[in-house]
Design a protein around this ligand. Structure first.
Ligand SMILES: [Zn+2]
Length: 170
């Protein structure tokens, strides 16, 4: 898995995110810039011209090699619009108060809890790096809770919640 870096143009608010990624083209443009920061380059022949098919495949005009921006990602072979995935990823990575499938189902207006649950599993799997090593340098540690809100005790020790500790290397 490629290293993920939060870049300077990471949206600073929900409103900014919604304005920027409201249509599929904006999402594909974002992925395009991640994959080819200096412009399209065919992985087979090195050519720099392409056309985009109706199924959002980037096709080299010289050798007709097909390039997908979502192959091998959690968005691959999903029937839902890419904007849903972007919204889910935004929500998953920025929501500090906790994440669960019920929230995700409501956020995206899914009819099925099962779909939301599957999406959440996929999102969670992305946060595990293949080659993990111990953190070093300046490390920040925080914690949050996973689980729907219920009446009763709040915070640490609340029933039905799972505590999640997070540590990041600065
Ligand atoms: Zn080519």
């Amino acid at each position: 898995m490629a290293d993920f870096m939060i870049t300077d143009d990471f949206p600073k608010s929900e409103i900014e995110f919604d304005q920027r990624f409201s249509d599929p083209k904006a999402c594909y443009d974002y992925l395009f810039n991640q994959k080819w920061p200096t412009g399209f380059v065919c992985k087979r022949c090195g050519h720099d011209r392409y056309w985009v098919s109706a199924r959002n495949l980037y096709i080299c005009t010289k050798c007709e090699c097909h390039h997908s921006l979502i192959a091998g990602t959690i968005m691959d072979s999903s029937k839902k619009p890419i904007t849903y995935w972007f919204k889910a990823m935004w929500w998953f990575t920025t929501r500090k108060s906790g994440v669960n499938a019920v929230n995700l189902k409501e956020l995206l207006g899914f009819g099925s809890y099962g779909t939301a649950w599957t999406w959440l599993q996929k999102l969670r799997r992305c946060t595990i790096r293949d080659q993990r090593e111990k953190l070093s340098g300046r490390v920040e540690v925080d914690e949050f809770f996973i689980g729907a809100s219920r009446p009763g005790q709040r915070g640490r020790g609340a029933a039905g919640k799972t505590i999640v500790a997070v540590a990041v290397e600065r």
